[in-house]
Design a protein around this ligand. Structure first.
Ligand code: SAM
Length: 275
């Protein structure tokens, strides 16, 4: 589809701690657009002043985004290029911007990324957990009951789970994860990435909970919590097959019980006799 105007909405990632992570292209785009839509104009103003960028700022946050998206799209259609940033990292990733991007795309405006820091991706890149498949869960619900229910629903997920967490809930969330996923599940807590007190702790969930409870410093700052996925499908099939075999074996000859358990679970028959 031909763009409806020559203007572009640039979605620009900003640093998650280290100012050196604002790319030269991001600086160039932020310097040359007509205006920058920012979650917190004061916060972004401070960032821009470090780079000598004086582009006008407009507030765009969860509370006004729906209301002003139309006006911003009108400016884009009139030929003014705009940038969208959030307080830190990549806009739209647990941050505002989705409604504006959707409205711009619906109006046929070109929307183009200027990629850069994202806490989830930075954390995965240093965690040493399988990351060929991962599930980004963002922030867990603040209320304990809803948080526990969400975690229960994720217990069988086989991809690595990625959560954002804040200092005042990190210990409670890890405790709930121990309950939902089991004490032995491997996990990594990445804290204050790219900042002075960056720490990346790995271990099983129980050990990580103990480490965070034991040291108040490990509860300060910003966190990404990553939890290895549940065992792969083959493990789950064998577990189910063994469970069935044990039950059927109480009533049937072993060879019949094994054949039925293998058929029902999909596990290989010879895997059912062990353990
Ligand atoms: N859009 C951002 C991104 O691309 O990562 C995320 C915004 S979200 C409102 C903020 C959360 O991201 C924090 O509560 C924390 O979970 C995570 N986060 C941001 N910066 C971080 C950092 N330097 N180290 C660890 N986690 C960070």
């Amino acid at each position: 589809m031909m763009p409806a105007s020559s203007a572009t909405l640039h979605v620009v990632a900003t640093p998650i701690g280290n100012l050196g992570d604002l790319s030269p292209r991001a600086q160039e785009v932020l310097r040359t657009v007509a205006a920058i839509c920012a979650e917190d104009t004061r916060h972004t103003g401070q960032l821009l002043s470090q780079f000598g960028i004086a582009t006008p700022l407009l507030a765009l946050h969860d509370h006004n985004e729906e209301a002003i998206a139309g006006r911003l799209v009108a400016r884009l259609l009139a030929g003014e290029s705009l940038a969208l940033v959030s307080d830190a990292g990549t806009p739209l990733v647990s941050d505002p911007g989705f409604r504006l991007v959707r409205a711009a795309r619906a109006a046929g405006v070109r929307v183009s990324p200027v990629p850069g820091a994202c806490a989830a991706i930075a954390a995965l890149s240093v965690a040493g957990l399988p990351s060929d498949r991962f599930v980004f869960e963002g922030f867990l619900p603040a209320k304990a009951a809803a948080r526990r229910e969400r975690l229960q629903r994720l217990a069988g997920e086989t991809g690595t789970l990625v959560f954002y967490e804040s200092s005042h809930r990190i210990a409670d969330s890890l405790a709930d994860m121990v309950q939902a996923f089991g004490a032995a599940r491997p996990a990594v807590v990445a804290r204050e990435l790219t900042k002075l007190f960056e720490t990346v702790l790995d271990g099983d969930l129980e050990a990580l909970l103990a480490a965070v409870q034991a040291d108040g410093n490990q509860r300060k700052g910003e966190f990404v919590v990553m939890v290895q996925g549940a065992g792969d499908d083959e493990d789950a099939k064998v577990a189910e097959g063994r469970r069935l075999y044990a039950r059927l074996n109480e009533h049937l000859p072993p060879s019949t019980a094994a054949k039925l358990a293998a058929d029902l679970s999909g596990a290989p028959r010879k895997a059912l006799y062990g353990g």
